[in-house]
Design a protein around this ligand. Structure first.
Ligand SMILES: [Zn+2]
Length: 169
């Protein structure tokens, strides 16, 4: 899968309005099969936008220029993407791998807990759980090496990283 994530253009895709300090805007992820494409919309255009083709989205705010650029990944956006990826087909290895790396990240952030792990036909199945909730998620461990995990992590950073922007819930 290719990642087709344009650098944040700091303007609305629909009306071409540039985002100013403290403006809120929406970033939407579109699944183009072999690529994820991210587009940003101002709040007004987002309200009118057809959400049917949106895979996942999150809200961001342009931080004030006098503040040092900071990057805060919206954990709920990561979790939402993790949930959406559950529907990825078995043959879509890159989405499965992405989902696994997101699970590791969510585990580090204590949004997911590793409940158990078992080996079935030479494949490790890991069960994750949201603390204090009943629902659990079974994932095959794709046995990624460090380099693969780093590559996917960089893709996720590219997706959510907006230096100079504070990403909120
Ligand atoms: Zn707009």
């Amino acid at each position: 899968m290719e990642w087709n994530i344009s650098k944040n253009a700091k303007r609305c895709l629909s009306c071409d309005r540039g985002f100013l300090e403290n403006d809120e805007f929406f970033s939407a992820l579109f699944d183009k099969g072999d690529a994820f494409i991210r587009n940003d919309f101002c709040s007004d255009c987002w309200d009118q936008c057809d959400k049917e083709t949106v895979y996942s989205f999150w809200r961001s705010k342009v931080s004030e220029c006098k503040e040092p650029p900071k990057t805060k990944i919206n954990i709920n956006a990561i979790f939402d993407l993790f949930l959406k990826l559950e529907n990825a087909g078995e043959e879509d290895v890159s989405k499965k791998n992405l989902r696994f790396v997101l699970a590791l990240y969510l585990m580090r952030k204590k949004m997911l807990k590793l409940q158990s792990s078992k080996v079935v036909e030479n494949s490790e199945i890991m069960t994750f759980k949201v603390p204090n909730e009943k629902e659990d998620f079974e994932l095959h461990n794709p046995n990624l090496d460090a380099e693969q995990i780093e590559q996917i992590t960089n893709d996720v950073k590219m997706l959510f990283d907006n230096p100079g922007l504070t990403i909120e819930n």
